[in-house]
Design a protein around this ligand. Structure first.
Ligand code: NI
Length: 149
């Protein structure tokens, strides 16, 4: 059976501020620069969701794109669009870096793709910043759904 990967693009607009309570004000500024501005700032985030797997023998699709869109809109876009990422519960103790955001989107989606399997999530934050995550090779899904690694 042929395999392929399909990637869909999604968008949301959100505010954030790069800051960690584990550093002093001076250290935060030195680390994050203008992204540490207390007023925050916004980005037009672009999210790429890649699903891979066997092509259906009849439809020749890896995943039903309309179903994928419904899942990503419900789980990711509606959660973050026009929100302040720093107020999201998952970021209560995590800095809202692109790295943490792409990992969070992966975790939110990995068990919910409607066919195939999630193979990569990409996040464009700015013209020149792109983050991606393909899962950890240490994370092995077992029959009881528990991950070890
Ligand atoms: Ni930013």
């Amino acid at each position: 059976m042929s395999q392929a990967t399909v990637t869909r693009r999604y968008r949301f607009c959100a505010a954030h501020r790069l800051h960690t309570d584990q550093l002093s004000s001076e250290e935060n500024w030195a680390t994050f620069g203008k992204c540490n501005n207390p007023n925050g700032h916004g980005h037009n985030y672009v999210v790429f969701v890649s699903v891979g797997g066997d092509m259906d023998p009849i439809t020749h699709q890896v995943v039903d794109i309309a179903k994928l869109d419904e899942v990503v809109q419900r789980i990711v876009v509606r959660r973050f669009d026009h929100q302040d990422l720093n107020n999201d519960p998952e970021f209560a103790t995590q800095t809202t870096t692109g790295e943490n955001l792409v990992l969070l989107i992966w975790e939110l989606l990995v068990d919910h793709v409607p066919g195939g399997r999630l193979v990569k999530v990409g996040v464009i934050e700015t013209r020149d910043n792109y983050f991606e995550y393909s899962g950890s090779s240490k994370q092995v899904r077992t029959g009881d759904g528990v991950r070890h690694g």
